[in-house]
Write a new protein. Structure first.
Length: 122
């Protein structure tokens, strides 16, 4: 019989190519998963900060200052409230590239209507 060295070398090269292709695909899938987790984390953080800011405004306080570089803005809405001494406001929070918006009633005396960087300090 004749030796078949050429076929073995071709199979080895093909196997290395397939393994490299699979490793690259796995790496890209893992990277996309990390990006998705980062976006989800920022989205959840923005919702938490917006809830905290609206709760603070509802209790007559100003939103707490944050060190993470998020931006909180509070805007008074034109819709009148049916409750006396209350007004509608929209709280918008930007964390990373994700934004969360909440609308709620706050006392008229609260400091709504201005944009406050880093969580609410003017």
């Amino acid at each position: 019989m004749r030796p078949r060295r050429g076929w073995i070398l071709l199979e080895v090269i093909g196997s290395i190519f397939i393994i490299t292709l699979l490793a690259g695909t796995l790496f890209l899938a893992t990277r996309q998963d990390e990006k998705g987790l980062d976006r989800l984390s920022d989205s959840r953080a923005a919702a938490r900060v917006a809830e905290g800011a609206l709760t603070a405004l509802q209790t007559g306080q100003s939103p707490a200052a944050l060190d993470d570089g998020s931006h909180v803005s509070v805007r008074e809405l034109s819709r009148p409230s049916d409750l006396p001494k209350m007004k509608w406001v929209q709280v918008s929070v930007l964390v990373g590239r994700e934004q969360a918006d909440l609308v709620g009633l706050v006392p008229v005396s609260s400091s709504a209507g201005a944009a406050h960087p880093a969580g609410g300090n003017p």
